[in-house]
Design a protein around this ligand. Structure first.
Ligand SMILES: [Mg+2]
Length: 245
């Protein structure tokens, strides 16, 4: 392999397990919104909204799906989708528009507070600490995690939120943006991620090296692609790749 100078990382399900965090965040910020907002209305002797948690949550999801079909270019901008869906739901429930906007924004603030409560695999911080002495590091995520607030932010001088570029992976744009900010050519960079479709294939097609983090997978690996079962195996793989070149 040619001189490797930079490593880009997917975050969700690569550096931490995301499933539980998303479920807690999805339910938690909506429950917070209903409870806090009803208390706020009660304190003003205003009529309660009467939004039912389960039905409201389902309606919130349906509104996001509807927005994706109406505004497809925003399909990867999950923060925008959530904000617009909440604003519309609150307004439809009887709040004045300005009040709906305020409470939707407050709910998204709570969403981001919960969303960054991820627990990176314990091996990750020491790994990144070692790697950054030798490589330039970047994060490329489709998730709407607040990149500056996530616990590994200090290791990633370059951090790309692909949804906000309106070009979620597998679009090549977030990869090209990262490479440009890192100042390296594709063949000098390696991308690490758990998704075959969103991480491995687009990186490989651009000429980057790629490491697929997957416990299983029988498919033949294209050139410049390796598979590891867990990110903790990355350092060993890199040592092997560097020796082989
Ligand atoms: Mg991922």
């Amino acid at each position: 392999m040619s001189m490797l100078q930079a490593i880009t990382f997917d975050l969700d399900d690569t550096l931490w397990d995301n499933h539980g965090v998303m479920a807690r965040t999805e339910e938690g910020h909506y429950r917070w919104l209903l409870e806090t907002l009803e208390n706020w209305l009660a304190a003003r002797q205003a009529a309660p909204l009467g939004l039912n948690y389960a039905e409201g949550l389902a309606d919130y999801l349906a509104r996001r799906q509807q927005l994706v079909t109406e505004v497809p270019e925003r399909r990867g901008d999950f923060t925008w989708l959530r904000l617009r869906a909440l604003e519309a739901q609150l307004e439809a429930s009887g709040l004045a528009r300005s009040t709906a906007l305020m409470w939707a924004a407050a709910a998204m603030n709570e969403f981001h507070r919960l969303r960054v409560q991820v627990s990176p695999h314990p091996e990750v911080a020491p790994l990144l600490s070692t790697l950054r002495q030798r490589y330039r590091l970047a994060a490329i995520t489709n998730g709407n995690i607040h990149l500056q607030r996530q616990p590994l932010a200090e290791y990633f001088p370059v951090a790309i939120a692909a949804g906000e570029l309106l070009a979620p992976k597998p679009d090549p744009k977030p990869f090209l943006t990262a490479l440009e900010r890192l100042g390296v050519a594709p063949e000098q960079a390696l991308h690490v991620g758990d998704s075959w479709e969103e991480d491995v294939l687009p990186a490989q097609r651009l000429g980057m090296h790629a490491v697929w983090v997957s416990e299983s997978g029988d498919q033949a690996l294209p050139e410049r692609v390796e598979r590891i079962a867990h990110v903790r195996e990355l350092a060993e793989l890199l040592a092997w790749l560097e020796k082989r070149r």
